[in-house]
Design a protein around this ligand. Sequence first.
Ligand code: SF4
Length: 88
Amino acid sequence: MYLTAADVPPLAAALGLDEEAFIERYTELTPDRRGLRLAGAPDAPCLFLAGDRCGVYAARPRQCRTYPEGWRTAQPCPGVSPPASARA
Ligand code: SF4
Protein backbone atom coordinates (compact mmCIF):
# COMPACT_ATOMS: atom_id res chain seq x y z
CA MET A 1 0.00 0.00 0.00
CA TYR A 2 1.65 3.17 -1.21
CA LEU A 3 1.61 6.22 1.03
CA THR A 4 1.49 9.89 0.19
CA ALA A 5 3.03 12.49 2.48
CA ALA A 6 -0.52 13.44 3.49
CA ASP A 7 -1.25 9.89 4.62
CA VAL A 8 1.40 9.86 7.33
CA PRO A 9 0.05 12.39 9.90
CA PRO A 10 -3.43 10.85 10.26
CA LEU A 11 -2.07 7.32 10.38
CA ALA A 12 0.50 8.30 12.99
CA ALA A 13 -2.15 10.09 15.04
CA ALA A 14 -4.53 7.14 14.78
CA LEU A 15 -1.84 4.92 16.22
CA GLY A 16 -0.79 7.39 18.91
CA LEU A 17 2.65 7.85 17.41
CA ASP A 18 4.65 10.75 16.15
CA GLU A 19 5.32 10.66 12.42
CA GLU A 20 8.92 9.51 12.77
CA ALA A 21 7.94 6.57 14.95
CA PHE A 22 5.12 5.62 12.57
CA ILE A 23 7.49 5.67 9.60
CA GLU A 24 10.07 3.62 11.47
CA ARG A 25 7.62 0.97 12.64
CA TYR A 26 5.08 0.66 9.88
CA THR A 27 6.61 1.65 6.56
CA GLU A 28 9.30 0.62 4.15
CA LEU A 29 10.81 2.17 1.05
CA THR A 30 9.12 1.48 -2.26
CA PRO A 31 11.16 -0.69 -4.65
CA ASP A 32 12.29 2.40 -6.58
CA ARG A 33 13.27 3.98 -3.24
CA ARG A 34 11.37 7.15 -4.07
CA GLY A 35 8.52 6.80 -1.61
CA LEU A 36 7.03 4.86 1.25
CA ARG A 37 4.57 2.05 1.47
CA LEU A 38 3.09 0.18 4.40
CA ALA A 39 5.42 -2.53 5.54
CA GLY A 40 4.39 -6.02 4.58
CA ALA A 41 2.38 -8.21 6.89
CA PRO A 42 3.54 -11.81 7.07
CA ASP A 43 0.10 -13.43 7.11
CA ALA A 44 -2.35 -10.85 5.81
CA PRO A 45 -2.83 -8.48 2.87
CA CYS A 46 -2.07 -5.55 5.18
CA LEU A 47 -0.70 -5.23 8.67
CA PHE A 48 -3.75 -3.16 9.67
CA LEU A 49 -6.28 -5.70 8.50
CA ALA A 50 -8.11 -7.37 11.40
CA GLY A 51 -10.48 -10.02 10.11
CA ASP A 52 -12.23 -8.19 7.30
CA ARG A 53 -11.92 -4.78 8.90
CA CYS A 54 -9.39 -2.03 8.54
CA GLY A 55 -7.87 -1.19 11.90
CA VAL A 56 -7.15 2.38 10.78
CA TYR A 57 -10.26 2.92 8.67
CA ALA A 58 -10.78 6.61 9.49
CA ALA A 59 -7.12 7.30 8.71
CA ARG A 60 -6.59 4.78 5.90
CA PRO A 61 -4.25 5.83 3.10
CA ARG A 62 -5.47 7.63 0.02
CA GLN A 63 -4.99 4.51 -2.08
CA CYS A 64 -7.47 2.69 0.14
CA ARG A 65 -9.95 5.57 0.14
CA THR A 66 -9.93 5.79 -3.65
CA TYR A 67 -10.13 2.05 -4.44
CA PRO A 68 -10.06 0.79 -7.20
CA GLU A 69 -7.91 3.65 -8.49
CA GLY A 70 -4.24 2.67 -8.34
CA TRP A 71 -4.79 -0.96 -7.41
CA ARG A 72 -2.99 -3.57 -9.46
CA THR A 73 -4.66 -6.60 -7.97
CA ALA A 74 -8.13 -7.82 -8.77
CA GLN A 75 -8.67 -8.75 -5.14
CA PRO A 76 -8.96 -5.64 -2.98
CA CYS A 77 -8.26 -5.56 0.68
CA PRO A 78 -11.60 -6.33 2.37
CA GLY A 79 -10.95 -3.38 4.68
CA VAL A 80 -11.43 -0.77 1.94
CA SER A 81 -15.19 -1.07 2.37
CA PRO A 82 -16.87 0.60 5.34
CA PRO A 83 -17.27 -1.56 8.42
CA ALA A 84 -20.61 -3.36 8.46
CA SER A 85 -21.64 -1.29 11.48
CA ALA A 86 -21.22 1.89 9.41
CA ARG A 87 -23.31 0.71 6.46
CA ALA A 88 -26.92 1.75 6.24
S1 SF4 B 1 -8.02 -0.54 3.91
FE1 SF4 B 1 -6.89 -2.47 3.95
S2 SF4 B 1 -4.96 -2.05 2.87
FE2 SF4 B 1 -5.87 -0.09 3.47
S3 SF4 B 1 -4.91 0.39 5.45
FE3 SF4 B 1 -6.87 -0.61 5.83
S4 SF4 B 1 -6.36 -2.76 6.12
FE4 SF4 B 1 -4.62 -1.78 5.08
